[in-house]
Write a protein of this length. Structure first.
Length: 543
């Protein structure tokens, strides 16, 4: 059952890269639009805009600078440290032309973490924007890497045109995973991977050249870069770029630029819906807001639906493009909480252990509808390896996501948690996401996470960490919370009406905030350390 829409206008008259005149390499995308619609707006930021013709010419100049000025060659890595910037897109396409790859750095990391990433990928040079000049200079000295300001990329003409080494299987983007459960690994995206993702994402979101896409999430991650920004350029649409997310600025941009689509995550959606102007904001230009999150709190879904805006969802990972499973506007209300259906050319398995007598030990089989299994994905946008040569997929080409999900009879998928987060208490399998969704419905709860701690009697016991909602709408806060008297008992009673008794937390912890990655994922390993270190005597984890 395929409920994803067909793209009304396919700018290349084909879905797959390299087929019937469709783009085979990234440069074909800009070349196509620069030839057909050179004056159509491509990128705009802070009042400065680039049409497709100018963006293509800018990319040519950047490629010449990289090749002739800085000695970048096929297979080289070039790192970028900075906020969102139009020339981050220029850099990606220029590097693809000469067969090199972009390594966007998460600007929220610590210097030691940056140093570790640079030591791992050994970039030819490091580029930076004005905001991160000092940090980049320090980082370059420590890593012995040449450092250049981003504006130097096209500041002067470099002599001659660089040779073209673009190829479908040539790596173009090296993105490090968030490292929520271990050391970050660099996912190697080829040009074919990126193009396949652009096709799938543009089709699922029904993007056309008439769309205006508002990008406010960081493009150092595949979410901000690959769910809407690059697919919009594939479709010939216009992208309004912000250097970083700001709730007030986002609402102002919606009023001024009238975007048709934007991508958010739960943290930014909550910030938007908490704005004083939220109820009055004119959102009629938005035909959908898409969320890069496997799990969407129901109150956020309802907050957007109440304003007449479908809140759609995308499931994926750094390694999968990330556009893998999508819940479109038509099902946003009826399938709230679901991730939707597989995107074009994406194959999905829900793998579970086989019975002992059905195959070799450790072998797996597909679980039936309604049961929980690990999400495996196979698709042309799934990376084949981590940097430099560690496999990212199994021998059959399947990526093992580590996420647990159920498949409904209609073919839609719902994520219930992480395989590593699965809690086994008293012999029962418990999925934290189910409890977290129920707990988030309480009007006093602003944020929450559930995890398991070792227990001699039960194997593991459930611990719930809660952030309370502030009375004036500022989340989170430690003063003036909607703090209930006997709050542990109140929340236990609330949950008992929604989940089985064996799923009730045995311990409650009150926090000022949950530790999260740059894209909002709860760092449960960090949270476990906090809570284990606090012991029974504390209700608030250390800062």
């Amino acid at each position: 059952m395929d409920l994803l829409p067909e793209t009304p206008v396919d700018p290349f008259s084909a879905r797959l890269p390299g087929r019937d005149g469709a783009p085979a390499v990234l440069g074909d995308v800009l070349a196509h639009h620069a030839h057909r619609r050179p004056q159509a707006p491509a990128l705009q930021m802070a009042g400065r805009g680039f049409d497709y013709g100018k963006l293509a010419r800018r990319t040519e100049r950047a490629a010449a600078r990289l090749w002739h000025g800085w000695g970048v060659r096929p297979g080289d890595r070039v790192a970028y440290l900075g906020l969102n910037h139009p020339d981050q897109i220029t850099l990606l396409f220029a590097l693809a032309h000469i067969g090199a790859m972009l390594v966007p750095l998460n600007f929220r990391l610590a210097e030691a973490e940056w140093q570790a990433l640079l030591a791992d990928c050994s970039p030819r040079c490091l580029l930076h924007d004005a905001s991160w000049a000092d940090a980049a200079a320090t980082l370059g000295r420590g890593a012995a890497v040449p450092v250049h300001p981003l504006e130097a990329l096209i500041a002067t003409h470099a002599p001659g045109e660089p040779p073209c080494h673009a190829a479908p299987q040539q790596p173009a983007l090296l993105v490090y995973t968030s490292g929520t459960t271990g050391l970050p690994k660099g996912a190697v995206h080829t040009q074919a991977n990126l193009l396949a993702n652009m096709v799938a994402a543009a089709e699922a979101q029904a993007m056309t050249a008439d769309d205006v896409v508002l990008t406010v999430l960081p493009m150092f991650h595949v979410g901000g870069l690959c769910i809407q920004t690059l697919p919009a350029l594939f479709a010939g649409a216009s992208v309004i770029l912000h250097d970083r997310f700001d709730a007030a600025a986002t609402l102002q941009a919606i009023a001024r630029h009238r975007p048709t689509l934007t991508l958010q995550v739960p943290a930014t959606m909550r910030a938007l819906s908490s704005q004083a102007d939220w109820a009055r904001a004119d959102l009629t230009c938005l035909r959908a807001v898409w969320a890069g999150s496997s799990l969407l709190p129901d109150d956020l879904v309802q907050a957007f639906l109440a304003r007449g805006v479908p809140l759609c969802n995308v499931y994926g990972a750094t390694e999968t493009g990330p556009f893998s499973i999508a819940l479109g506007p038509a099902q946003a209300a009826s399938h709230a909480g679901s991730c939707g259906w597989p995107a074009r050319d994406v194959q999905v398995r829900l793998a579970g252990p086989r019975p002992d007598d059905a195959g070799p030990a450790g072998d797996v089989d597909d679980v039936p509808d309604g049961e929980v299994g690990e999400l495996w994905l196979r698709a042309p946008n799934v990376v084949r390896h981590y940097w430099p040569d560690q496999p990212a997929v199994d021998a059959g080409g399947w990526f093992h996501s580590g996420d647990l999900a159920r498949r409904a009879p209609d073919g839609s998928y719902t994520v219930v948690g992480r395989l590593k987060d699965l809690i086994i208490s008293g012999g029962e399998n418990i999925y934290p996401a189910e409890i977290e969704r129920a707990l988030a419905l309480h009007p006093a709860v602003a944020d929450c996470a559930v995890l398991g701690l070792p227990d001699k009697r039960w194997g593991e016991v459930l611990v719930a960490a809660v952030v309370f909602r502030h009375q004036n709408g500022s989340d989170p806060a430690s003063e003036g919370d909607l703090l209930l008297s006997n709050w542990e008992d109140e929340l236990t009673r609330f949950l008992a009406q929604r989940v089985a008794r064996f799923k009730l937390p045995r311990r409650w912890v009150r926090l000022d905030a949950l530790p999260r990655t740059a894209l909002g994922k709860v760092q449960k390993a960090v949270l476990t350390q906090w809570i284990a270190g606090a012991g029974d005597a504390a209700t608030t984890a250390p800062p």
